[in-house]
Ligand binder design. Structure first.
Ligand SMILES: N[C@@H](CCC(=O)N[C@@H](CS)C(=O)NCC(=O)O)C(=O)O
Length: 222
């Protein structure tokens, strides 16, 4: 049996959380190595395991992969969460990339000073409501299908569910004007592998707290 994919990152959501989501939704078990000290991170660098000196790092299929979007794209293709052809795949990539941009705003806000952090999170919620969610609501309305692309569960749906849940942590009513996104959220949350990941005790990470942020600062010298 092939070894489980192994993930190296700090013990928080950050850029790795979407990778955890994608693996979990594909029903793939994975191992995690948490970077808690600068030494661990420097060892990965010294050993030449980080292409550009950065994590996320994912070991899979005899490869050591970095660059979040490339990793996600590989996993989506490998686990049949991309489209049936290039045209569907590029739409899935576009939708997922948009959602990743939104998620990065939230991830980066965690590292800002308290006043700026509140402002950045409020801006992310605003962008969710005015830029990203209206687009996805319209896509669902226009084609009338159950999922974003090809009437089939894909990486774009997983990425969107992660974004919806993250935004709801910041503003519980964020979906009030988006009935089709509410329905999509319920539908995707009920897919057995996703349902399992949503249960307490899974490898899903909670919102990154001050302790984890301090840990990450020490590791990456932010
Ligand atoms: N484009 C890269 C950016 C990765 C990145 O910035 N990683 C951070 C941790 S979240 C890091 O390793 N920072 C250390 C550094 O850049 O020296 C990706 O999307 O994976």
């Amino acid at each position: 049996m092939a070894a489980k994919p192994k993930l190296w990152y700090f013990h928080g959501r950050g850029r790795m959380e979407s990778i955890r989501w994608l693996l979990a939704a594909a029903g793939v078990e994975f191992e995690e190595e948490f970077l808690e000290t600068r030494e661990q991170y420097e060892k990965l660098q010294k050993d030449g395991r980080l292409l550009f000196g950065q994590v996320p790092l994912v070991e899979i299929d005899g490869m050591e992969l970095t660059q979040t979007r490339a990793i996600l794209s590989y996993l989506a293709a490998k686990y049949n969460l991309h489209g049936k052809d290039l045209k569907e795949t590029v739409r899935i990539d576009m939708y997922a990339d948009g959602t990743l941009d939104l998620m990065l705003m939230v991830a980066l806000a965690a590292f800002k000073p308290p006043e700026e952090k509140e402002e950045s999170l409020a801006l992310a919620v605003k962008k969710a409501k005015t830029r990203y969610f209206p687009v996805f609501e319209k896509i669902l309305k226009d084609h009338g299908e159950d999922f974003l692309v090809g009437n089939k569960f894909s990486w774009a749906d997983i990425q969107l569910l992660e974004a919806i849940l993250t935004m709801e942590e910041l503003d519980a009513s964020v979906l009030s004007d988006f009935p089709l996104l509410k329905a999509l959220k319920a539908r995707v949350s009920n897919i057995p592998a996703v349902k399992k990941f949503l249960q307490p005790g899974s490898q899903r990470k909670p919102p990154t707290d001050e302790k984890k942020i301090e840990e990450a600062r020490k590791v990456f010298k932010f």
